[in-house]
Design a protein around this ligand. Structure first.
Ligand code: C2E
Ligand code: MG
Ligand code: MG
Length: 722
């Protein structure tokens, strides 16, 4: 073999081998590259799918809708929310030109605008704008949509698409509009309010004030702006205001009301009532205070007058009992009250005679004169009060009260020695004085005890003769019961007891057949008192019989005056008023003196008062009954053994207790008792009267149960004789 011919052959094969190798490598590289590209493409696809999922998820939760359009104005994509806001079908919209979308859009002025213009990019306008969308179809609500556009840049910088975001602001706009409406309404209301109003910031500074407030303070509304409310307030009232404001701002209260004085621009003070209410921001923090201010000058004056009237005796201008008790209590609460306080009670001797002889006007003039004497005697060392009638009290407050109170007492006696001119006459009065010095035991009981002590001393002074002064000592006794007793004695002596009359009717036709006399006490300070308030004290006070005689005398006088019209008057009598024959004797004497037939006067006795009735009472009742005075058993049905009284006493009739009447018609037991008692009384041929009839149906029921007469508010309450 020729090596020479062989050499080119080897080179060729080498070349072929190299080329083959290169080709192989190239193929391998290409293969590798392609695989890498495929991997990358599939990675990109996964990433894109992932991004799409996230994008869709994001779109589903955001309130914003998104519309992507190409620069040529075709819809590339549209989120569900955007489709919903625009009222479009999402699938149908993608690919269409924005300008061709089935949309009615209006601009903020309500003018129709093209979709391309409204939703597309606008040169030099990156502010969001609001367009109105009128969705197709009847009944759909137009909405307001806030639109913003953003060109999406590509890598090279040229925009490839435009992103439009859409936010439905319908609700927000409505709320804003409502707020602004109520703000306007508030402002109009405030400006025109007839009372002063201001908006005040949390520094208590006036932000806005209305005309009424400015007028109240004598200035212009604008001038008030910036002033702190406490600068407009009288210094004395600032602390109270501060306190209330702090409580308002700390949330302890939502509003407060304060009566206070404001300083007007001219320097004058004016009483106002300030009402403040806290307004909070939506997050709950205090925002500002709405203040209303009304002029309280008049009501304040009236209140002051009322307070004065409530605290003073209108005749003499002296303090009254209420004020006196306050003054005394305050004095006793001062340190060192023991030596510095004394009470002097003073009562005119023979005042009743002056009244009776010269008339009430003269009596009043005398009281005014005496008030002057007491004032002069007391000077600045105490307070003078009139408790009513001719009762006066002085609370003496002095470093040496024991000495001062006797000085006052002596000056009172001295001052009264001067004759008084009453009309054309000159007369002289004297007063009895009781003094109580505040000692430890009296002070412990407070003002009422010290007053009662002075009263006890006065009582002793009166007993001892005219124009005397007595000092309280514990032997005089102090209980409130004794005070009531003394008052009752006085009431009988001074004619403070009055008789009222309640009609008694025939239940068959309602005509008045008689009256029941019921006693009342016209108490000088406590007003008109009913028997329950004082009768229980009458026996202990020793006035039972005197009281019964007084009532009986009044009633006989009443009967004499009215003439015999067939009507009777019943008088209540209790067992303690009977027994010694005095009442029977007096009654019969009065009847014959006034020539009144005994049958026109009827006595009522309660079962309970007869429990202990002895033979003397029975004798007295028999005496009266025999003389022709009928006797009725009162409160019938409440006693233990009514039958025994019916048997033992000369009883002409019964009065059914009102507790049975009040049970009618609902309480069946009451109904049965009413029927049974009625039958019993009729069986015994007794007069039957039912008490306490308040309703027509009770009257009907009683009449059907056989009760003949009736009495109660249905026919009239007890009234004075006129
Ligand atoms: P009484 O004799 O049973 O008098 C009837 C009481 O019932 C009276 O009360 C009368 O005002 C009251 N009353 C009358 N109609 C009605 C009514 O329709 N509904 C109600 N709920 N109440 C009515 P008053 O005046 O408070 O007298 C209470 C008691 O005091 C009398 O009860 C009588 O027992 C006694 N009393 C009254 N005056 C005298 C008197 O001069 N001497 C004596 N010893 N006792 C008297
Ligand atoms: Mg009675
Ligand atoms: Mg009765």
């Amino acid at each position: 073999m020729d090596l020479g011919s062989l050499a080119p052959l080897g080179a060729v094969s080498t070349v072929i081998a190299v080329v083959a190798l290169v080709a192989l490598v190239a193929v391998l590289v290409l293969l590798h590259r392609e695989r890498a590209q495929r991997r990358r493409a599939s990675g990109l696809l996964t990433t894109a799918q992932e991004l799409r999922r996230r994008y869709d998820a994001l779109q589903s939760v955001t309130r914003e809708g998104v519309l992507v359009q190409s620069t040529s104005g075709h819809v590339l994509d549209l989120s569900e929310r955007a489709a919903e806001i625009l009222g479009l079908d999402r699938q149908a919209a993608v690919g269409r030109r924005v300008a061709d979308l089935p949309l009615v859009l209006v601009d903020e002025r309500g003018l129709a605008t093209s979709a391309a213009l409204a939703l597309g990019p606008r040169p030099a306008d990156d502010d969001p704008r609001v367009v109105g969308v009128v969705p197709p179809g009847p009944g759909a609500r137009p909405r307001l949509v806030q639109v913003a556009t953003l060109p999406l840049p590509e890598a090279e910088g040229a925009p490839s698409a435009v992103l439009t975001t859409l936010v439905d602001v319908t609700l927000r706009r409505e709320v804003e509009a409502a707020l602004s409406r109520s703000e306007t309404q508030f402002r109009v209301a405030m400006e025109n309010a007839p009372i002063g109003m201001a908006l005040v910031d949390l520094d208590w500074r006036v932000a806005e004030a209305n005309v009424a407030l400015a007028e109240l303070l004598g200035t212009h509304a604008a001038a008030l702006r910036g002033y702190r409310v406490d600068e407009l307030t009288a210094p004395e009232d600032r602390a109270a205001q501060r306190l209330q404001l702090d409580r308002l701002l700390s949330g302890e209260q939502h509003r407060f009301s304060l009566e206070m004085r404001c300083r007007r621009a001219d320097g004058q003070l004016v009483w106002v009532v300030l009402d403040a209410a806290l307004v909070r921001a939506p997050d709950g923090r205090p925002d500002r205070v709405v203040v209303q201010v009304r002029d309280a000058t008049e009501s304040r004056l009236q209140a002051e007058m009322l307070t004065h009237r409530a605290m003073h005796d209108p005749l003499t201008g002296l303090a009254n009992r209420t004020l006196l008790q306050e003054v005394l209590q305050a004095a006793l609460e001062q340190p060192g009250a023991l030596h510095r306080t004394a009470v002097l009670a003073c009562d005119l001797d023979g005042f009743k005679e002056v009244n009776d002889r010269y008339g009430h006007a003269a009596g009043d003039a005398l009281l005014v004169h005496v008030a002057g004497v007491l004032r002069a005697a007391t000077g600045s060392s105490g307070t003078v009060a009139r408790l009513g009638g001719d009762e006066f009290v002085v609370v003496v407050q002095d470093e040496d009260a024991a000495k001062a109170v006797f000085d006052v007492a002596n000056q009172i006696h001295g001052g009264l020695r001067e004759p008084v001119r009453l009309g054309r006459r000159r007369t002289r009065v004297a007063a009895s004085v009781g003094v109580a010095l505040a000692d430890a035991s009296l002070v412990e009981g407070g003002a009422p005890t010290l007053l009662a002590a002075a009263d006890a001393a006065l009582y002793r002074a009166k007993g001892a003769g005219r124009g005397r002064t007595e000092v309280y000592d514990p032997s005089m006794g102090l209980s409130t019961a004794t005070t009531t007793h003394r008052e009752l004695v006085r009431a009988v002596e001074e004619d403070q007891l009055v008789v009222h009359y309640q009609p008694i009717v025939d239940l068959s036709d309602g005509h008045v057949v008689g009256y029941e006399a019921l006693v009342r006490w016209q108490h000088p300070h406590r007003g008109l008192l009913l028997p329950g308030a004082f009768l229980p004290h009458a026996q202990e006070a020793g006035v039972s019989v005197a009281l019964a005689q007084l009532v009986a005398t009044r009633v006989v006088e009443f009967l004499a005056r009215t003439g015999d019209d067939g009507r009777w008057v019943s008088v209540n009598v209790s067992a303690d008023q009977l027994g010694d024959g005095e009442l029977a004797t007096r009654l019969l004497a009065e009847l014959s003196r006034h020539r009144v037939a005994p049958g026109r006067l009827v006595l009522e006795l309660t079962e309970s008062s007869l429990v202990a009735a002895g033979t003397r009472i029975r004798h007295e009742l028999t005496q009266l009954s025999a003389a022709g005075v009928p006797i009725l058993l009162d409160d019938f049905g409440t006693g233990v053994s009514p039958l025994s009284y019916l048997r033992d006493l000369p009883v002409a009739g019964v009065k059914l207790d009102m507790s049975f009447t009040s049970g009618i018609p609902h309480d069946p037991t009451a109904g049965r008792v009413v029927r049974a008692l009625g039958a019993l009384a009729r069986e015994l041929a007794m007069v039957t009267i039912a008490e306490g009839i308040e309703h027509e149906e009770q009257a009907v029921h009683l009449r059907r149960s056989g009760w003949r007469y009736g009495q109660g508010w249905l026919y009239g309450a007890a009234q004075p004789q006129d």
